[in-house]
Design a protein. Sequence first.
Length: 193
Amino acid sequence: MLPLWRSQSLFTTGDELAMVELDIGHIETLSDGQNEPILLGLIGETAYFSLDVSHIENPADHGILGQQGQFADLRQVGPVMARDVGNLLAYARGIDYWHQRHRHCGVCGAATRSEAAGHQRRCTNEACNATHFPRTDTACIVLTTTIRLSSPAPSAFRRACSRSSSVFSNLAKVWKTAWREKFSRRWGSRSPT
């Protein structure tokens, strides 16, 4: 079991940095009755769970947690960790964050409860009974340093910039204009939009 305290993971202290895995038997001792363990998945024959222990005021003084190591932000120690360990801890942190932010139904506002080993939440209002799932959107972060556009796109870019203040919407307009021109050259007068 991987404990999380205020979005931080538990690591060993000493010469070698490693994540701390607690025995599953500690769940009852560490739980406050509102937090439930979340199944992260199986790696080989081992089932990994996470448990939010943020209700504990000072984990360094806690009998179980204080003896194991100390909590640290994954962003600080991630670069020196093995990739698979970092992935597991990031997943635990992400699903825990989702649970913290979805304690109430987005449809009716009633409280929600965790189901399906922590991978969905259900509204406790019987009339609503909405089911909520964590988002699994992929992310792509791109840095554009140079824009090289062939003619007539530069003039289209200048025209778009003069009408709008957003660089992102300007780029979208330029690409749409360039795509239309390419389509009309290839397919004739049939317009795709």
